[in-house]
Design a protein around this ligand. Structure first.
Ligand code: PLP
Length: 419
């Protein structure tokens, strides 16, 4: 047998990485900006750092929920040190499904797998519901790791224009892109991050949800369709924006509905890496297939999740006293953020900034044709935001309420530099 031909080595220290991995970017651009903001602050400069998606107290420290810390500390050491079941503890999965559906009948049509945060849930969705080379389908503005997860798993991302000329969610663009995608690849995985969409802050209203549900239901008559709702920021939405169950029920007539659930924001616990993918289907046999597929994927990626985290969160979701303590603490955090949203909306309206409807959530995006220039001008004033194509992303989650007038002024000054 002749050995395979090899390319002659051109340098004394060639990379042994495969070509796809050989030129990966070194760091997430958001973390780079955050690093610069912190460096300048450490040198004594007055800095507003509106880059990071973690909720900070007005004193600049990370907001945490004492009940979550207590629950982690209360996990019996030997239990926490043992392997978690591959899908996650049954008590955890049951509690998550209850948390997602709050007693609604959809809970009875759900199975779930524990995942390391919402990121793990998205990874499972991409690898179980799309073939290699196929694209997930999402809004034109989206959380950039969707692309990283897809690329890493040899999948792609296809988007539709999120807003119409009236500034509302563009149902027609959603439907036509979905029809095209199904014609091309014969299936679809739709990924929606509502309410409190990252990065725009947008939440669908009742009418928009109803339109989406009908489009998805119709698409499901033509091909296998999966609709994933990424609930990362949902707890920070106004109550009316959280009403998506009835619409999910409509979609279920022809499709599978997935929910990416995470404690990162809802329990202010980013480090424990606790999340779940919930899969909802009308047919019990399909639910069993879904659960088997998720269990296999768990084994083939991270094996099982952080057991201390799963046990602690189970306790918080299940124990009435702990649960109500956590609810009270979360309510304070929601109020902290809502106060910032109110001040931002007031100041931004005064300065006539262009941005989507914003009723709550960690981020909002302000439209501009030259985001790099706006963000660079703002950095000169010591204000850090994240430039994207067509907008800058502002993390009110990390901006103390007293700094919001300065932030909005810097936005206005930056935007003035582009006209
Ligand atoms: C839109 C969106 N989805 C999912 C996640 C997942 O976060 P985690 O993996 O920490 O749950 C994030 C985190 O920033 C996010 O912004």
């Amino acid at each position: 047998m002749t050995p395979p031909t090899t390319t002659p080595l051109s340098t004394p220290f060639p990379t042994s990485l495969i070509p796809a991995a050989a030129n990966r970017p070194a760091d997430d651009p958001i973390f780079v900006l955050n690093g610069e903001a912190r460096r300048r602050a450490a040198l004594g400069e007055s800095i507003v750092n509106a880059t990071l998606g973690a909720l900070m107290e007005d004193d600049g420290s990370l907001a945490v929920m004492p009940s979550v810390v207590e629950a982690i500390q209360r996990v019996p050491p030997k239990k926490g040190a043992s392997y978690a079941p591959i899908l996650g503890d049954a008590q955890f999965l049951k509690a998550v499904i209850h948390d997602v559906f709050d007693g609604h009948a959809l809970a009875g049509k759900s199975v779930a797998a524990a995942t390391p945060g919402g990121t793990g849930a998205l990874y499972h969705a991409v690898t179980c519901f799309l073939e290699a080379g196929q694209a997930l389908y999402t809004t034109s503005w989206y959380w950039s790791p969707y692309q990283t997860i897809a690329t890493h798993a040899q999948r792609e991302v296809k988007t539709f224009s999120m807003f119409g000329a009236d500034g509302r969610f563009d149902l027609a663009a959603f439907e036509s892109g979905l029809t095209d995608l199904i014609a091309r690849q014969g299936r679809a995985l739709i990924v929606f991050n509502f309410p409190c969409h990252n990065p725009t802050g947008y939440s669908l209203d009742e009418k928009e949800w109803a339109g989406v549900a009908e489009i998805v239901r119709k698409a499901g008559e033509t091909a296998p369709v999966t609709f994933l709702i990424d609930l990362a920021y949902a707890r920070f939405a106004p109550k009316q924006a959280q009403n998506w169950w009835a619409h999910a029920q409509r979609m279920l007539e022809t499709t599978t509905v997935l929910v990416a659930w995470t404690v990162s924001k809802a329990f202010a616990q980013y480090g424990a890496r606790v999340g779940a993918l919930v899969a909802v289907h009308n047919d019990p046999a399909e639910r069993q297939r879904l659960q088997n597929a998720l269990a296999y994927s768990c084994r083939g990626t991270w094996s099982n999740c952080n057991h201390v985290g799963l046990l602690a969160i189970s306790e918080l979701l299940d124990d009435p006293a702990m649960k109500s303590k956590a609810d009270v603490e979360r309510a304070r955090l929601i109020q902290l953020l809502d106060d910032r949203v109110t001040v931002f909306n007031r100041e931004a309206a005064r300065e006539r900034l262009r941005y989507p409807r914003y009723e709550g959530g960690f981020f909002v995006s302000v439209f501009t044709n030259d985001a790099e220039k706006v963000a660079a001008a703002m950095r000169e004033e010591g204000v850090f935001v994240v430039p994207m194509k067509g907008a800058v992303r502002v993390a009110l989650a990390s901006t103390p309420v007293r700094d919001i007038p300065r932030l909005v002024k810097a936005l206005k000054n930056g935007l003035n530099r582009t006209v």
